[in-house]
Structures are given as C-alpha cells and as structure tokens.
Design a protein around this ligand. Sequence first.
Ligand SMILES: [Zn+2]
Ligand SMILES: [Zn+2]
Length: 499
Amino acid sequence: MMPLSLLIALILAFGMEPPRVGIPAPDVGVRVLKTCGGVTLVAGLAFGLGLWVAVRVSQNGLATLRLRRRYALGVRLLTVVSLVVYGWIIHGVGWSRVVRSNWGLRDWILLDDLMVLLPYLLIQLLNWWGLFFAERSLQIRADSGPASRLGRYLVLRSRQSFGLILPVILLFVIRRDVLARFWPSWNDSLWAEPLEIAVLGALVLMASPLFVRLAWPTRSLPAGALRRRLERVAHRVGFRFTDILVWDTGGMMLNACVTGVLPGFRYVLLTDALIETMSPLEVAAVFGHEIGHVAHRHLLYLGFFFVGSLGVLSLLADGVAAGVAVLARSAWVPAWSPLQSGAAVEAVILLALLGLYFWLVFGYLSRRFERQADVFGSKVVSCDLPGCPPHTDLDGDLLSQPDRARAVPPTLCPVGIRIFAEALATVARANGLERTWRSWRHGSIAGRIAFLEGLRDSEHERRFQRGVRRLCWALGIVLTLALFTACWLSLSPLSVVLE
Ligand SMILES: [Zn+2]
Ligand SMILES: [Zn+2]
C-alpha cells in the first residue's frame, strides 16, 4: 500500500546510517547550499516535464497516446532521479549529520527525523506541483473536478502518500527514542532488530485500514444498483468486509485496492473515476480481483515473505563480508584497491544483490499473485452455465432470485473472461498505458489478457493454481530455512570464529 519510492527514501534516510553521523561536519553552509541545489534540480525537471506536457496537449487539442506514454516514462525517470538525489543528499552531502550533530537536534523526539526527511518531502511536493500541470491537462474525466485546483491537488497527493507513512514513522520513533530511553539494554539484544521489524510489519498491516481512511478522502458507496451488485458478488464467494468506499481523487485516478487482513476491519476502495468510467459489470470484475487477493491470502503471504527475506538479507550480508575479506587478503588484489577499505564496497555489493533479489523474486511472486487475482476477478463475473454463451448475469437485478447462494465454487466462462479483459483494457486506456507495456509488479495488460484467454479449459486453470501453490510452498521452505540459519549463525559461537 505504501508507495514504494517513499519506502526506499525511508530506508535511504534511516536504514543505513551514514558514516561519522555523531561528529559535527565542517562547512555547514556549503552542505545546505548543495542540498538546496539538489532539491531545485529535481523541481526544475518536474516543472519542465509538467509544463511541456500541458503545452503539447493545448497545441494538439488532445492528449495523444504517444504523449501519455512519454509522460508516464518521464514520471518514472523523475522518481528514480528524486531518489538518487535524496540518497546523495543523505550520504554524499551528509544532511543527517548536519541535522543531528551541527544543529544539535539529536535528542529531539520526531523533530530530527522530520528534518532528515525534509529534503525528500520538499522534493515530493515540488514534483507534484510541477506534474500538476500535466495531470490537469491529461485528466481522465472531461469536466474539471475539484482537484483541478492546485491547492486541493497538493493536499490530496500529500494525504495519499504521507498519511500512510504516519504509522511507520510513529512506530519508528517509539522504537528508537522511547525504547532507548527506558530500556537501554534492548538495542544490544541480538533479537531486537528482527523482532522489531516483525512486530512493526504486523502492526502496520493491522492498522492500515484505519490510516487509509485517515489518509484518503473516502465515502461509503451509496445504496443503489452498483452496491447491490457488489454485495451479491461478495455474498456469493463468501467475502466479508466492513464497507465499500468510494475514494475521491477528483477524477484523477482509476484504481482499486483492498486493505486489512482481518475481516472485521476490511475495506474495498474504488476510485471515483473507476466507478464513472466503467460499466457495473467491469466494476464487479475489478472488485473480484481485489477479493481474489484476500481469498488467496496474498497480503499475509507477502508479510511472511518480507520477514523471511530478513534471513536472506542477513545471510547475504555475512556472505558478502566474508567474500570481500577473502578477496582483500588474496595476493592479486593491489593495496590501493577499494576492496581494502571494506565497508563501503560491502554496502554497495550488498545493496546491488538485495535489489536483484527483490527485482527477481518479489517481482515474479507479485506477478503470479496478480494473475491469480485476475482469474478470481474473471470468475466473479462468470456464469456457471456449461454451454456459455449465452451468458447469464448472476448478480444483476433482473435475475429472479439474485441472492441465491450457490454451493458450487465459481468457474470461468468465456464471457466472464471477456468482461475482465475489457476492464483491464479500460484501466490501461485511462492511465495512458500501452497494452504491451510491462510493469514489474503486474506484467503487461496484453500478457494478462492473453493468459486469461488461455485458461478457457479448466485443466489449464487447475495446472496454473497448482503451480502458484507449489511456488508458495517452495519459497516458504527456503525462506524459513534462511531465517533459521541466520538466527543459528548469529547465536552460535561459530560466528565469532568466522569474524
Ligand atoms: Zn492486484
Ligand atoms: Zn457465461
């Protein structure tokens, strides 16, 4: 749920302490200037991109697909540049050192963390400001909603992104400042870090519905045909939820999501643009996709995946440290080589390996899960007639007994697959995505549609579901083993020998 770039920024700022953070830095003025320069550079790029798109739209009179594609690419590049610049501000310029040591904010609760994060917050705000001009001209809905005013738009985007990091920052502060003050021995404990991260993850997962409601302007989906349809879908597949919420984005976003692991505390969010652009059947298909994530327990598994990956991270760190040490000692590495200076090289190699691990493993897992949710979404709008087509709409008001609960598990039918594929195509069109564009976490729209079309006979589907189950089990065993090995290594006297 939390924007990935924000998570990376938090790791850059707090996950890896820059060197000599406790000693006051010389030339504070130059460092502040450099920081401002970095922020200005990103802002310049954002305004350049936003205004360029706006000018092009007004010249052409319409937003072409080509322009949307370039804009989407530009936004991605801007995100990367923002993170690189912020990483440079923290680790190159030494911003956290200036904040903590030179300005003496070290002992302040929360204030020092906010100051360390401030350049990133500024970068984000200026990015949105610059991109606002493009977003307004590319707006999904033709009439200009309330978000077409800059102030409203900035508040909306800030609430969306920063509302969600609130729990993380709070827990982080509790961990560092409060625990350190009242329980000083805690930080020395070997178990402190993994345990904290596990507890933190669980708390964030459980509290996220609350924070989502705080962070995003939402209202309950009003009673009517659409709500009746969605409730019937949920009833049919045995999905329990607290409420269905309309997420007001001023018509700027076409998206849906589900929050909360516990049934008593679970919301399905559909954006205003999604409800306005899609047919009720397509909305039901998207709703089914979100239910699919819950029915297949994807959130829980991903939580487990992140905890288990700590074991992998720990083993990787040990391995890299040992490897660098061996290389540094070997005869063919010259004395001036950066390998001799240890820590920095280790950090770079470790980061690269970690990035690769997430890129490959998390990316693959995530794409499998999306496919599984797609299948579920298609099933929800499928009928159980053996000879479909002709197709029956099971959740419409026209059916004589719409609320009849069916004992048979939902099956795929060709029309259901078509409805879901149409919904995917609408999402792609509205977000200016080319169908063949591959997304790291979702795969390409064309690929998803082709995959669903290939599942028409039930044997194919069974084989796919079996494959995902096996993947989860195999990965689960590997991660558990990694976690146990890492714990065992850190506790046993062997680690002393290795070091
Ligand atoms: Zn999904
Ligand atoms: Zn059908």
